[in-house]
Design a protein around this ligand. Structure first.
Ligand SMILES: [Zn+2]
Length: 268
């Protein structure tokens, strides 16, 4: 059963970081033993286009997922900030995630600053995720994406430091993994071997597609949905499955045993 917009509740926090939270999340009757997944996006549609299938996969198994969107897309050519905020909220509901908006100077004005990384670290301490997903740090696309990715690397580290005075109200928290997602193929970091997430199940593809299509102001101008589904299809076919999304680990992954390692993607 899909959550409805009616079950969404919202509360605004005016200060100090002007965060806006929208609630509702897990599909009823399903819970996960895994700590939450925390996902950052620079613009209202980045998460859905970059890794929406992964989100659908995780919430399907009952994992709590929270989105932090760091602008309202106000510099975009199409759609007003209000429209784009509404589209992002709708997409989050479709994916079964909660969402908040973090104001860091606005679309196309994101700067790498310690104060911003500290604000992100604060959210990490509040949500206490196992895994954090961030946009790739590769440049040569929207500058906000790479800057946010780089700051998340810092934020994940600052979240675990005990002595930071700005964060002393929250208990330090060490995440388990930081993965980068690539909003476009050009943003895939060539120097990192990706981990592929199988998103082939029809239910997952349908949820992902609906979440991307919720960004009406964007998909009515370019065929972003087809781009992402084709990308996932190509990656999946190369790995011998239907569809896959690549995530790029910030550091080597540790397995307790090789039985946890899945299998290699080479099929051809
Ligand atoms: Zn973007």
């Amino acid at each position: 059963m899909k959550p409805t917009l009616k079950s969404t509740r919202e509360r605004e926090r005016r200060a100090p970081s002007r965060r806006v939270l929208t609630g509702n999340t897990q599909k009823p009757g399903r819970t996960s033993a895994h700590p939450p997944l925390l996902v950052f996006g620079a613009h209202p549609d980045d998460i859905e286009f970059g890794c929406g299938g992964v989100i659908a996969r995780e919430t399907l198994t009952g994992r709590k997922v929270h989105f932090v969107v760091c602008s309202r897309g106000e510099a975009g050519t199409h759609g007003t900030p209000r429209q784009r905020t509404a589209e992002a909220k709708k997409a989050a509901v479709l994916l079964g995630a909660t969402i908040e908006f973090l104001e860091l100077g606005g679309d196309a004005h994101l700067e790498i600053r310690a104060a911003h990384a500290i604000q992100m670290a604060k959210i990490i301490r509040q949500i206490r995720p196992g895994t954090v997903l961030a946009p790739s740090f590769v440049e040569n696309q929207h500058p906000d994406h790479a800057r946010l990715g780089k700051m998340l690397r810092d934020a994940a580290r600052l979240a675990r430091y005990g002595g930071l005075k700005e964060l002393r109200r929250q208990k330090p928290h060490a995440i388990q993994q930081l993965f980068f997602y690539a909003v476009t193929p050009e943003a895939e970091p060539a120097e990192i071997s990706p981990v592929l997430v199988d998103v082939s199940a029809p239910e997952i593809i349908a949820t992902w597609q609906a979440a991307m299509e919720a960004h009406v102001s964007q998909v009515s101008n370019r065929n972003y949905v087809e781009l992402q589904l084709t990308r996932a299809r190509l990656l999946g076919t190369r790995a011998g499955i239907g569809h896959a999304i690549a995530l790029f680990p910030n550091e080597p992954l540790v397995f307790e045993s090789l039985t946890q390692a899945g299998r290699g993607a080479r099929q051809f």
